[in-house]
Design a binder for this molecule. Structure first.
Ligand SMILES: Nc1ncnc2c1ncn2[C@@H]1O[C@H](COP(=O)(O)OP(=O)(O)OP(=O)(O)O)[C@@H](O)[C@H]1O
Ligand SMILES: [Mg+2]
Length: 283
């Protein structure tokens, strides 16, 4: 696999299998530069993210890892174009992000993100027609092909309420993948699943990535999940989120779980996450 290795970021595993770093770095696909994000309610301003700098390269599986309330979802919403930064800029392929678009699709944690009155195939095909402008037949063809990829061929005609939580998440992933976004944004997509299903979904996502090489921006507060899914991990501090560190972890996958190196990497990230915050933000 050819992945960009973060230049200044330490590796979380011994570097024996480190791919040779490319001599000339490509431009990042997604650039988050000095971005601060706030929620303004009458009489109150909540700063959710503070001066975030992150570069995500094509085909990265980039993970945002941080404690509850540190601004992960807010940052993802800003990349999706739902929230505008109060300072800094987000660019995708060099173009400033100003509003939502079909080049950035979000998969959420909740199982109710699918319109319940549409069948699986209609759920996947609908945005292809509405946002990508495909004709009915082409949209259905692409929808069926993507549904096959996530193993739901037999359920193409089912309604969301007839599916398990894991199956609904597969549909949500199929719907997002079918759109062929520049960046697939995932906000704790497996957090509400039981441990076994979660493991299976992680495996499937990595298999899909191996095939499609899509660029992923993946949010989690599970250290293990971050190491398994990501090739790079950015650690965010508690509220308001700042980048505390960035790590290369491309060497880990599901087969690493339980190994000594994996446990050591988990411990290292754990210690870093729970370190007292030197950067406490005063406003
Ligand atoms: N709509 C809103 N209005 C005001 N404040 C908000 C709103 N949404 C989030 N916040 C605040 O912004 C901060 C960041 O929230 P966010 O949901 O991005 O965190 P998170 O890292 O995704 O947490 P979790 O892991 O629990 O999902 C929190 O302090 C939260 O209270
Ligand atoms: Mg969140």
């Amino acid at each position: 696999m050819t992945l960009v290795i973060a230049r200044d970021a330490p590796a979380l595993a011994p570097s024996r299998a480190l791919p040779e770093a490319p001599r000339a770095l490509p431009d990042p696909l997604l650039r988050i530069a000095g971005v601060s994000l706030e929620y303004r309610t009458p009489g109150r301003v909540v700063r959710a993210a503070h001066r975030i700098d992150l570069d995500v390269y094509e085909a990265d599986r980039f993970v945002l890892l941080g404690p509850s309330g540190c601004g992960k979802s807010t940052l993802l919403k800003a990349v999706a174009g739902f929230i505008a930064p109060v300072e800094g800029e987000i660019t995708l392929a060099g173009v400033p992000v100003r509003k939502p678009g079909p080049d950035r699709i979000v998969v959420f944690q909740e199982f109710d993100q699918l319109p319940p009155w549409k069948t699986v195939v209609e759920n996947v095909a609908f945005p292809l027609r509405a946002a990508r402008g495909l004709g009915r037949r082409e949209a259905l063809e692409r929808a069926r092909a993507t549904i096959d990829k996530v193993g739901l061929t037999a359920f193409a005609g089912s309604y969301p309420h007839q599916l398990s939580g894991g199956m609904k998440q597969r549909v949500a992933i199929a719907r997002a993948l079918a759109m062929q976004p520049k960046v697939l944004l995932m906000d704790e997509p497996f957090a509400a699943l039981d441990a076994l299903t979660r493991r299976k979904m992680q495996e499937e996502l990595l298999a899909l990535w191996d095939e499609a090489r899509m660029t992923l921006l993946f949010v989690t507060h599970s250290i293990e999940e971050a190491l398994v899914i990501g090739n790079r991990v950015a650690l965010l501090s508690p509220h308001p989120g700042r980048v505390r560190g960035e790590y290369n972890c491309h060497e880990f996958d599901l087969s690493s779980l339980g190994s000594r190196t994996f446990q050591a990497a988990v411990q290292r990230l754990h210690d870093r996450l729970f370190e007292p915050a030197p950067e406490a933000f005063a406003r």
